[in-house]
Design a protein around this ligand. Structure first.
Ligand SMILES: NC(=O)c1ccc[n+]([C@@H]2O[C@H](COP(=O)([O-])OP(=O)(O)OC[C@H]3O[C@@H](n4cnc5c(N)ncnc54)[C@H](OP(=O)(O)O)[C@@H]3O)[C@@H](O)[C@H]2O)c1
Length: 236
């Protein structure tokens, strides 16, 4: 059965690696982000999650496209995210709104548009973070949004009982992508240090998380679970 993988944020990092994994399997892959997906064969619907009209028009285009594939299972991967450096005592409401638009509201808009069209054997996968289940200083709006995503995944599991659609949250640890590099100011010594904070002394590779995404789609037993991919993080 031809699978349609719909990934947000597959223009780079974990999303691009996951797109490549699905393409290698012969699946149809659609990316939703502002930039194009670099993987050959992936169709990008240019979208800015901070712009409601952009997301609405993408939903319309997706529905049109799915009309000719009614019985194909869908793997919807909510992966796009915005991470700011901010704190609980100084964050401007507009900055919090922007992070929630990308990391939370965009998920809801896509789910509302696509879930009624998703047949049995489909999945909705959420890319969370270690910070979906714990807090650290200096990443306030991101932590708020990543905890909200966990709530969305758990509600998805309960609301879709019996539909034959499963869900899960995959929580990467420190993964070598542009998001992490930007967050540490492209400082190689900080990246090296982050790599020492797990049992294997290196950063997670985006392809390792891509494999987890692929596996989670094909294994509905994972329904409702939080699965961490962090090489065994050192806890303080
Ligand atoms: N890297 C890590 O260490 C790490 C750790 C834990 C969790 N994660 C999670 O892993 C996921 C993927 O992140 P990554 O590390 O692969 O980072 P990345 O390479 O920076 O990818 C982030 C993606 O989000 C998209 N995005 C951001 N703002 C957007 C907007 N306004 N509209 C549409 N798309 C937008 C970007 O696409 P455009 O710029 O093209 O729009 C990009 O494709 C995220 O959910 C992140 O929270 C990463």
């Amino acid at each position: 059965m031809n699978l349609i993988a719909i990934l947000t944020g597959a223009s780079s990092g974990i999303g691009a690696a996951a797109a490549s994994r699905f393409v290698d399997n012969g699946d149809t892959v659609i990316n939703i982000s502002r930039r194009t997906c670099p993987v050959a064969g992936v169709d990008t619907l240019p979208t800015d999650f901070t712009d409601e009209s952009s997301v609405a028009s993408t939903c319309e285009r997706l529905i049109e496209r799915l009309a000719s594939h009614e019985d194909s299972p869908i793997c919807l991967v909510h992966n796009a995210a915005l991470m700011l450096k901010d704190r609980c005592d100084t964050t401007e409401d507009d900055n919090l709104r922007q992070v929630l638009a990308v990391n939370v509201v965009g998920i809801n808009t896509l789910n509302r548009a696509l879930l009624p069209k998703m047949p049995e054997h489909s999945s909705v996968l959420y890319i969370g973070s270690t910070l979906s289940e714990k807090g650290v200083a200096g990443a306030f709006s991101y932590i708020v949004s990543k905890h909200a995503q966990l709530g969305i995944m758990r509600a998805t599991c309960q609301d879709l009982m019996g539909r034959g659609i499963h869900t899960a949250m995959i929580c990467p640890g420190f993964t070598d992508t542009s998001m992490l590099r930007r967050h540490v100011g492209h400082d190689e010594s900080v990246l090296d240090h982050l790599g020492t904070m797990n049992s294997f002394g290196r950063l997670v590779a985006p392809e390792e998380i891509a494999d987890m995404i692929f596996w989670a789609h094909h294994n509905p037993v994972v329904n409702g679970s939080v699965v961490h991919g962090n090489l065994g993080q050192v806890e303080h």
